[in-house]
Design a protein around this ligand. Structure first.
Ligand SMILES: O=P(O)(O)O[C@H]1O[C@H](CO)[C@@H](O)[C@H]1O
Ligand SMILES: O=c1cc[nH]c(=O)[nH]1
Length: 292
């Protein structure tokens, strides 16, 4: 059995994991991931009990219970690099014995649900709606660093997308990963479904042009017009692909649900989006409380 070197799984002097500063016993099996550290208090505000609050850098964690179910809420900050850190450390907390630095024989399956914000790229998806990423599309390239990437990706969809967009070969090749099917069905009555792009940036990687022009100013039009087996790409955010991909490789179930705060086709934005996010959180907590 492989012993994980101290420099590869870094454990702090107090026995907590390197970035999240959590101890194995502080993690619930149901984890809500949010980008904004300020959103942790919003989620934890609904909890009936709180057992711990831990904070390091942008990673804030509260573990407690909601309607009798133990849950952890964690802020990931923005971006795919942070998802690599958070999902790997959450999995290690659950499935690595910190004393021996070896994988536990019996694995725990976590439920990881990201509650984020997003921009819509189809005209009928309005600000304030909740979109469930039935498939996440990574523009970030992270999953290709992991062995087994192709086994959890939809390669036919990838090929069709690369062809349709005339994908620029100097950008990382996009990858498509499905959310957990049970979670998709469980949330289907309270969300719209879609294919969501996780971009490695907020500006040019999502087709925004402030001062610097995107490499392909028509890429968003091509994304909007892409169709595959009756499905289309619906929205942009910045974390869901790595979450879906790493969870699939590790055997966890994962999903991303986002509140739409920007309408990219209508060029509309709502900066007062907190009430919608609050509603998404309450809806998701109620659903998670009854999830088997
Ligand atoms: O509101 P969060 O969860 O951070 O999600 C979205 O908002 C951030 C960009 O403003 C990115 O993290 C994006 O994925
Ligand atoms: O347009 C948007 C809005 C929120 N988050 C994103 O990543 N993009």
């Amino acid at each position: 059995m492989r012993t994980i070197p101290a420099s590869e799984l870094i454990i702090n002097d107090d026995g907590s994991i390197f970035h999240l500063h959590l101890h194995p016993g502080q993690l619930a099996d149901t984890v809500i991931l949010v980008g904004d550290p300020g959103r942790v208090a919003l989620v934890a505000g609904f909890f009936d009990t709180k057992e711990c609050e831990v904070s390091n850098r942008e990673f804030k964690t509260v573990t407690g219970s909601y309607k009798g179910k133990r849950m952890t809420v964690l802020s990931t900050g923005i971006g795919i690099g942070n998802i690599d850190i958070c999902v790997t450390e959450l999995d290690a907390l659950a499935n690595v014995d910190f004393a021996t630095r070896q994988e536990k024989a019996e694995k725990k399956r976590l439920t990881l649900v990201r509650l984020g914000t997003s921009g819509a790229i189809q005209p009928d998806i309005k600000v304030g709606e909740f979109v469930f990423s039935r498939t996440s599309c990574g523009f970030d390239g992270l999953l290709s660093y992991y062995k087994g990437r192709d086994a959890v990706c939809d390669l036919a969809l990838e090929e069709a997308f690369v062809k349709h967009t005339g994908w620029y070969e100097k950008m990382p090749r996009p990858y498509f990963v499905d959310a957990d099917k049970t979670l998709f069905e469980h949330f289907s009555d309270v969300t719209r479904e879609g294919i969501t792009i996780a971009a490695p940036g907020f500006y040019a990687p999502q087709g925004r042009w402030v001062r610097l022009e995107p490499h392909d100013a028509r890429l968003n039009e091509k994304i909007e017009s892409f169709g595959y087996e009756g499905r289309r790409i619906t929205n942009f955010e910045m974390e869901g692909s790595a979450l879906a991909g790493l969870a699939a490789l590790m055997g966890h179930r994962a999903a991303t649900i986002c509140t739409i705060i920007a309408q990219r086709i209508a060029q509309d934005v709502n900066t007062d989006y907190k009430p919608f996010v609050r509603k998404m959180i309450e809806t998701a907590l109620d659903k998670l409380a009854i999830l088997e």
